[in-house]
Design a protein around this ligand. Structure first.
Ligand code: CA2
Length: 138
């Protein structure tokens, strides 16, 4: 089984800034542990601050992978183009958020991606990613 994990803008700063919202763990350390606990899954990780690069990666893997875990960061709330890419591919996509976006500012309550995705997981910190991976195993 092949799963792609995609992180959008500013998520490269995880563990370095705003720990009260996003926690103090660095994504790479979390990802290494998660990979070790799913030896049967072939993971690829991709992070970009650029909308086009995120779309290119979704298109590149979206016809051959078994699942995509997507945290599009702030593009979640703005990007029709990423939503179109999610709709265009055949691989199911699960939208994730580290924070509970519904407890935050109103503009974070709307996602352009959710209705194009298989499901949405938010508010469980970095464990949101593991829960999304689990969703591909059931
Ligand atoms: O909660 C999430 O995972 C978000 O997708 C994170 C986005 C935010 O715009 C979404 O509304 C919810 C922001 C990612 C920024 O990540 C940072 C991490 C550490 C320090 C600063 C920003």
């Amino acid at each position: 089984m092949k799963i792609l994990i995609v992180n959008g803008p500013n998520l490269n700063l995880l563990g370095k800034r705003e720990p009260e919202i996003y926690g103090s763990n660095n994504f790479d350390a979390y990802f290494q542990k998660m990979k070790a606990s799913y030896p049967q899954i072939e993971f690829q990780y991709f992070q970009s601050n650029s909308e086009g690069a995120l779309i290119d990666k979704i298109q590149e893997c979206g016809f051959s992978y078994d699942g995509i875990v997507l945290n599009a960061g702030a593009y979640t709330h703005t990007s029709v183009a990423i939503a179109d890419a999610v709709r265009a591919v055949t691989t199911p996509v699960v939208e994730v958020h580290i924070s509970n976006v519904f407890q935050r500012e109103e503009f974070r309550h709307h996602s352009f991606l959710s209705d194009a995705c298989k499901g949405v997981i938010c508010g469980f910190g970095l464990e949101s990613y593991r829960l999304a991976v689990e969703s591909f195993l059931v």
